[in-house]
Design a protein around this ligand. Sequence first.
Ligand code: HEC
Length: 112
Amino acid sequence: MKKLLISFALAALSATAAQAADAARGKEIFMKVGCYQCHGTVGQGANTGPKLAPEPLALESFVAFVRNAAATQMPAFSANMVSDAEMADIHAYLSSIKPPPAFKDIPLLNNP
Ligand code: HEC
């Protein structure tokens, strides 16, 4: 019974965490744990890691990738290193990044 109550409490906590995903906090974590070093400060990607923003993977796939990335060239980040709530914040940050303007809307690229 006690175990059941605890799991209800944990479920409630993680639901709250998911609702409270905060893009500003996500940016801080993205910088602090070093995601930016391979993916760029606004998730734009580089030759060290693919583009993550705008439009990152859906949250569930995003977290699953980061937790299990060790099979790829990316180091895995366990929940002890970056919690699920922190991952939701990082995801909120990457989701908040606006797409760049289309080439046709950048005057410098359209001068003959
Ligand atoms: C040491 C460099 C490095 C660091 C640090 C790093 N990544 Fe990556 N990441 C990669 C590389 C390389 C890939 C491509 C892996 C592959 O597909 O083989 C990748 C792939 C990903 C993907 C999958 C993207 C897609 O569209 O398939 C996600 C999501 C991701 N990283 C998120 C993160 C987050 C969040 C962090 C910080 C917690 C982080 N990464 C830190 C190098 C890094």
